[in-house]
Design a protein around this ligand. Structure first.
Ligand SMILES: [Ca+2]
Length: 133
């Protein structure tokens, strides 16, 4: 089972210190989606906004990367209209493992913005390799 549904008004997650995290946000909802990650100091790491348009076409509304400092605690916000409303979120973390070694980890969050119960409005993925190079 995954975690949730939980409110998108602040989801606490812990990443791994020193890792370089790739992030991407996809929206396929008509409402303007809002995803923001803050570090332990409340500093914004990234913000993604946008919609899939009225046709619900999947659209990548942001992507990038960042490096995790020693304090790896973050808070993720997922909602609509620049955070005027908070979505309902289902999420989970997973890892790709072989021979007892973790090679890749990923955190996935899907949201429902209030118009239904299908959790198809935004998808946020944070992922990182165990090592770079
Ligand atoms: Ca929906």
């Amino acid at each position: 089972m995954s975690v949730g549904p939980v409110s998108g008004n602040g989801i606490a997650i812990t990443l791994s210190p020193g890792k370089t995290v790739f992030w991407t946000v996809t929206a396929q909802a008509a409402y303007n989606q809002f995803v923001q990650l803050k570090d332990v100091n409340g500093t914004v790491v990234f913000t993604a906004t946008g919609s899939g348009g009225t046709g619900g076409t999947p659209k990548q509304i942001g992507n990038g990367s960042f490096t995790v400092p020693n304090n790896a605690n973050y808070t993720l916000y997922i909602g609509t209209n620049n955070g005027a409303q908070w979505s309902s979120v289902i999420w989970d973390a997973d890892a790709l493992v072989s021979g007892g070694s973790i090679y890749y980890e990923t955190f996935n969050f899907i949201s429902e913005d209030g118009g239904g119960t299908d959790y198809n409005d935004s998808c946020t993925t944070l992922s990182f390799f165990n090592s770079l190079g």
